[in-house]
Design a binder for this molecule. Structure first.
Ligand code: COA
Length: 415
């Protein structure tokens, strides 16, 4: 069966996480992704957080599936020539170097566009134009700059960063959407374009509900679904909301049976207005369904702490999975707090290809996250990440380099 991006060739000049997460998605959609790495070193993440000596780290393998890899010193004239040949042949160049690095290499947008007017140049940077445009960035830098950290955690503690890689993989996702949209627009215009995503913007986009709350706070002085309501203090900025729901339906994380010893024996429980009578029935407070002081969402808001306290008395009598089963029966939105161990062992996630096993020539079999976007006409087979330089000769041959030319490049340490 064909794949969505069959025939699209991508120069993958990315490293670490943000860029590689983008190009991995495009590879899973069928694009031929050619990753370029530094001679002798490769992507720094190959060696970071290693669990097996001399084998590419899981950090690298889990972000670079289904790609080809070449090594090339792009700071030599010969290396730049190879790069130019690739630019002529490919559709997209994706990069996430520090600001200015591509220009310093001689690969300006003007040069790329003149060499191949159909080429799309896609970049991730830490910040957009402005005060911080020259700054480097990593995941948690973006989480702090994009509003995630100041709004995550508890009121009486410091800002907290989240485990979800919204700065890196979040930017990668945004960039992938920009790239496929630019490919689509190219059908009409025949022209490539620049696609840029700043990690700060990507995080802010994912935190837009907090900018919503900032404006609500400025207008009314309170956020009545936040834990600070009704007794706490609201300042000028959106406070950290603990585990309160970010939406219009109040929610909280509640203890379940075994919480004293199991750090993940918790459930997220949402008191959705539509199922309030069912919530009352499950916890044995049937009278609350008709009681005017509990009946409406507005009546419940000032009492959320005590309501969740009462619900927790019930959840503490059940394991998180027992509670989930009972609550699902009543359509009450909830989820057990799943550990990574539980997720890795989840049969359903394995059955639908969200958790997959991959064979790697050096490290052997390992578990990874598969393609999160399921497309009925574009199946995905997850294959191993490439070894450093695995496809250098293959790609050079495709560009027309013969044995002697390849040997000459090797002698000069260009590949
Ligand atoms: N051949 C020769 N030189 C190469 C090369 C190759 N194949 N690939 C990269 N280089 C060079 C670059 O040209 C650059 O050289 P220069 O600084 O002399 O111009 C150099 O290697 C290092 O690139 P840089 O991006 O600065 O790497 P770094 O390790 O210092 O910084 C980041 C890493 C992630 C902080 C930085 O790349 C960055 O801020 N990227 C944008 C934001 C981002 O994506 N961050 C998230 C990462 S998950």
């Amino acid at each position: 069966m064909s794949k969505a991006l069959d025939g699209i060739r991508i120069i993958d000049f990315t490293h670490v996480q943000s860029g590689p997460s983008c190009t991995q998605l495009l590879a899973w959609m069928g694009a031929d992704v050619i990753k370029i790495e530094r001679v002798g070193e490769g992507d720094a993440t190959r060696k970071q957080l290693r669990d097996i000596p001399d084998a590419d780290s899981l950090y690298f393998t889990m972000l670079n599936h289904n790609k080809r890899a070449i090594t090339l010193n792009t700071k030599t004239p010969e290396g730049l020539q190879v790069l130019d040949s690739l630019v002529k042949r490919c559709d997209v160049l994706v990069e996430n170097f520090a600001p200015g690095a591509l220009d310093r290499m001689g690969l300006t947008w003007e040069h790329i566009h003149a060499t191949n007017p159909r080429m799309i140049l896609a970049s991730v940077k830490g910040f957009g134009p402005g005060r911080y445009e020259d700054c480097k960035s990593y995941e948690n830098v973006a989480q702090c700059a994009g509003g995630a950290a100041s709004t995550t955690g508890f009121d009486d503690g410091p800002p907290v960063v989240t485990g979800a890689q919204i700065g890196d993989s979040g930017s990668g996702l945004h960039l992938a959407l920009g790239i496929v949209s630019a490919l689509y627009q190219r059908h009409a215009t025949g022209r490539g374009q620049k696609v840029s995503v700043s990690m700060q913007d990507a995080v802010l986009n994912l935190c837009r509900v907090k900018l919503r709350d900032q404006q609500r706070l400025e207008r009314t002085g309170v956020l009545d679904e936040y834990p600070q309501f009704p007794d706490g203090h609201f300042g000028e900025a959106v406070p950290r909301a603990g585990n309160a729901s970010g939406g219009g339906q109040p929610g909280s994380i509640l203890k379940c049976k075994g919480w004293e010893t199991d750090h993940n024996a918790y459930i997220y429980f949402i008191t959705q207005a539509a199922v309030w009578p069912a919530v009352c029935k499950v916890i044995g407070e049937e009278s609350w369904a008709e009681d005017e002081s509990y009946k409406t969402p507005a009546a419940r808001l000032p009492k959320l702490k005590s309501i969740f306290g009462r619900i927790e008395q019930w959840t503490m009598t059940k394991t998180k999975f027992e509670a989930m089963e009972i609550l699902n029966h009543y359509d009450i939105p909830c989820s057990p707090v799943l550990s990574m161990k539980e997720i890795a062992e989840d049969d359903a996630l394995r059955a639908n290809g969200t958790i997959v096993e991959v064979d790697h020539p050096v490290r052997g079999r390992y578990t990874t996250v598969g393609m999160p976007i399921k497309m009925s006409d574009s199946p995905v087979d997850i294959t191993s990440s490439p070894l450093r330089g695995e496809h250098t000769v293959q790609v050079l041959r495709e560009l027309g380099y013969g044995d002697e030319a390849v040997a000459a490049l090797r002698n000069k340490n260009v590949i």
